[in-house]
Structure formats: C-alpha cells, structure tokens
Design a protein around this ligand. Structure first.
Ligand SMILES: *Cc1c(COP(=O)(O)O)cnc(C)c1O
Length: 371
C-alpha cells in the first residue's frame, strides 16, 4: 500500500504523543514452548470442548448481548464472594477496565486541582498497562520504585501519595513481573493514605487462582477500594473477560464510560461455561502450583540463577546475562520474557510462565544450556 500525501496529512491529525510511542509488542511464538505471557497451558478437555461448541453454536448472534450478561455478573460475584453492598462490572479483559478507570478519572487541569492533571500511582516495576492507560488518557503517572527485594517502599509510597494525591493507586496482589505478594500492614497503610486524600485504590488480583491470599475478605472494610480480577490467567486468556468489584455507588459511576456491548455473547457464554465447570480449572491451578514448587526447587539448585518467590503462575529469575540467556533459550524453542530493560531493579531478569510438566522440563534444559 502506497502512503499518499493525504494519508500523511491524516496521520498528522493523530496525537503526537501516540505517534511517538511504540505499540504493545507481542512476541512471535510460532513453534515455540510459549512461556512468556502467563497463559494456562491446559486446553479444555475433549468432552467439554464439544459441549461448549454446541452452546456457542446455538447463540443468537443476530442480537446484541442481553440479560445473559447479568447471569454472568451474578455467577462471577458468587464465585469471587462479593460482599453485601458491592457491585460488579465486566470488561473485555481487565485491560479494558484499567482503560475505563483512566477514562473515568481523566479530569482536565483546573483551579480545583491546582492546574495539575489527575494522576495514577503504582509501585514499579509493575504491570505496564497502569502507566500506558494513564498516558493515553492524559493523566500523569507516578511510579514509585519497590525496594531491592521487590517489597513496597512504605515511606516512599506514603510520601508520593501525599505529594501527588493520585486519583487511582494500583496495587497488584501478587505483582507482575515480580510475582510476590506484599506486606499486608503496608498495604493497609497505603489504602488508608490514598483514601485520606480522596483517591481510589485498585487491588489487581489477576493471579488470584495461584495466590495464597486474596484481598476479597478485607474489601468490605473500605468504601474506596476496587478489586480487579480476570479470567485470563485462570485459563481463558483468549476469551477476554475481566471483572471489577467495588462499592455500588462507585461502580455505578465508572460503569457509565463502559461501551454498552463490550462483552460479546461469545465471551459471555464461554465465561459462564467455565464457571459451571470451575472444578476443571481449579484442578489445573492445583497442578500449576505443584509445578511452580517443583520449578522453584530445581531453580534453587541451578548455579548462576536466582529465582524469586512466587504466588503467581510465573517466576522471576536473575541470571548473569539476561539477553544471552533469553536468546539461548529461544534457540532451544523456549520463549520467555526478557524483562531486564523494563526497570533498573530488573537488571538481568527474565520472567517465565509456569507450564505443564513437559514444558517445564524443556524450559529447564534450555535454561541450563543458555546460562
Ligand atoms: C495479565 C494481567 C492483567 C490483564 O489481564 P487481561 O487479560 O486483560 O484480563 C491485569 N493485571 C495484571 C497484573 C496482569 O498481569
């Protein structure tokens, strides 16, 4: 396709800050053992594939999504144990909910906010979408570095909250890419401080199926905290279904910026089907947690590798030369994520997804030969 002068002119109407950023890069994974994106490696069992196929085939594709979405909202609320007085909204993946939160909070600078843009605050290194969604909506992003062992820096967090008065504070529990949970007392202090200055806090529990803890039992203590979850790491990354639980009045406001038909009838029916068969996914999560324990033990015995503790289906490693090890593993057809350039705290770090027993064996061999 030839770029004409008119295309060129039209491109200049696109925001300069967007033109000068790079698109989110998805690595080519054809023919590889894919351990780069925290996907559940297990497919749906054959009998369930057939049942789901029949259900999807019988859907009314000619209609817009309807009340069936309320069935899904109720099923997810029950699954998560949503407290009384709270509500739930659905997103096309939790990525969409993160974008909608930024959109809803993007207040233009005015006298009321000292002519500063509204802001988003999160510990770094963390999930890249928090910063990206803020930037795209014209909010400032304040990343507060974790400590060298990837714990929350309480003093730095509290002082950044006091200084920037963020509209949204994100805490991923457990965090991506470090895979750890943070100290509960520190989390509570941050939540209180964020609430004191009138901000909201999002507890992002994308890795809940693999975590030893959840914030759900503490959610009802506060009226400014939202719990963000997704079915992606649970086992439905291709389906795109995220959900957010929070105080009714708060969810009602954020829900106003949601596109009316953001969840397709296909996403909806797949998610309902998965919840009806949740024991299958629970068994997969148990298997992955056992695989994680096996991997952590194997990695602890591998000279030249430091593996960090994990409450997720990923493990963060530090090696002598991340680029060399990453490329070496790739030449063994094993794809992981090189996160070493993401943040100075992650120098020479790789992040790998916990796979099946076979995949993990191949990964360990590839790693061993690439150090
Ligand atoms: C993977 C991930 C998500 C996004 O998941 P979706 O697939 O968009 O639902 C959100 N938060 C964290 C911390 C993640 O790692």
């Amino acid at each position: 396709m030839i770029m004409t002068e008119k295309t060129d002119l039209a491109i200049r109407r696109i925001r300069q800050d967007i033109r000068s950023t790079h698109a989110y890069a998805i690595q080519d994974s054809a023919g590889m053992v894919k351990l780069d994106a925290m996907e559940n490696p297990h497919r749906l069992p054959q009998d369930l594939q057939e049942k789901l196929g029949q259900r999807l085939g019988a859907l009314a594709f000619n209609r817009y999504p309807d009340g069936r979405l309320n069935d899904l909202r109720h099923a997810l609320a029950a699954y998560a144990g949503m407290p009384e007085g709270f509500d739930i909204m659905l997103g096309n993946g939790s990525d969409e909910l993160i974008s909608l939160l930024a959109l809803a909070c993007a207040v233009p600078p005015s006298a009321a906010n000292d002519f500063k843009p509204a802001s988003v605050l999160a510990p770094v290194p963390g999930f890249v979408m928090y910063a990206m969604s803020a930037q795209l909506q014209g909010l400032a992003f304040h990343g507060v570095p974790l400590t060298a062992d990837f714990e929350l820096d309480e003093v730095a967090m509290l002082s950044a909250i006091a200084q920037h008065k963020p509209s949204i504070t994100y805490l991923a529990y457990p965090n991506n890419p470090t895979a750890n949970l943070w100290d509960d007392a520190v989390i509570e202090h941050i939540i209180l401080a964020a609430g004191e200055q009138g901000g909201l806090v999002v507890m992002d529990e994308a890795y809940q199926p693999f975590s030893s803890k959840s914030y759900i039992d503490r959610l009802a203590r506060h009226s400014h905290v939202l719990l963000l979850r997704t079915l992606s790491k649970f086992g439905l990354a291709g389906v795109r279904l995220g959900y957010m639980i929070g105080p009714q009045a708060l969810i009602a406001e954020i829900d106003k910026v949601r596109p009316p038909y953001n969840i397709s009838v296909l996403n909806c029916e797949c998610a309902l089907f998965a919840l009806e068969n949740k024991q299958v996914f629970a068994a997969q999560a148990i298997d992955l947690r056992a695989q994680r324990a096996m991997l952590l033990e194997a990695l602890a015995n591998l000279p030249g590798v430091q593996a960090y503790p994990s409450d997720a289906n990923m493990i963060l490693l530090r090696v002598a030369d991340a680029q060399k090890t990453f490329e070496g593993m790739k030449s063994h057809q094993v794809l992981v994520k090189n996160v070493s350039k993401m943040h100075p705290l992650l120098v020479n770090c790789l992040r790998l997804t916990v796979g099946t027993a076979d995949e993990n064996r191949l990964m360990l061999t590839a790693l061993n030969e690439s150090l």
